[in-house]
Design a binder for this molecule. Structure first.
Ligand code: RB5
Length: 157
């Protein structure tokens, strides 16, 4: 996928890896948008997951990359937003499947568990892989059906 606006968010535990991924996205010709945190903050991952995932939900960014210590808290927080499909990925296989089968729109990484070079490979594969549709579309429709029952739509600006 060429030239995408990509929302980035991290807490302190994901900050260094976020910098690495920011550089990679630039190298790949994408436009990263950093929603924090900054270098000096001890941060609550939930707040930065929401900011970055909100940009994806509202369409100002096409995809998001969210990084905390494990990627787990980021995914939990981002998935509270209607329309967000955030998946922690720890290798190229999970990255590929999260796009091909789950049509993930936010990739969650763990700065304390995934080395930078592996994270770079994961992001590359994640961006190169497209949703397969077909039988997987039906499953995503079921997810949307749950969202329609239980999630609030985004607030009016
Ligand atoms: C921060 O210490 C850590 O709890 C956080 O980065 C994350 O791993 C939560 O899921």
């Amino acid at each position: 996928m060429a030239n995408l606006k990509i929302a980035l968010g991290s807490d302190h535990a994901g900050y260094d890896l976020k910098k690495e991924i920011l550089s990679l996205l630039g190298e790949l010709g994408h436009e990263p948008v950093d929603f924090g945190c900054g270098p000096e903050e001890k941060a609550n991952y939930v707040l930065f997951a929401e900011k970055a995932a909100r940009a994806v939900q509202e369409g100002s960014c096409r995809l998001g990359v969210l990084i905390c210590g494990t990627g787990l808290g980021m995914a939990m927080a981002a998935n509270k937003l209607k329309g967000i499909r955030a998946t922690p990925c720890w290798d190229e296989y999970t990255a590929r499947m999260s796009r091909a089968h789950n049509n993930a729109n936010c990739l969650c990484l763990g700065g304390r568990v995934t080395p930078p070079s592996t994270a770079r490979d994961i992001v590359r594969v994640w961006l190169e892989t497209t949703f397969e549709g077909g039988r997987h579309e039906e499953r995503l429709a079921s997810l949307r059906e749950i969202e329609n029952r239980v999630c609030r739509p985004p607030d009016e600006p």
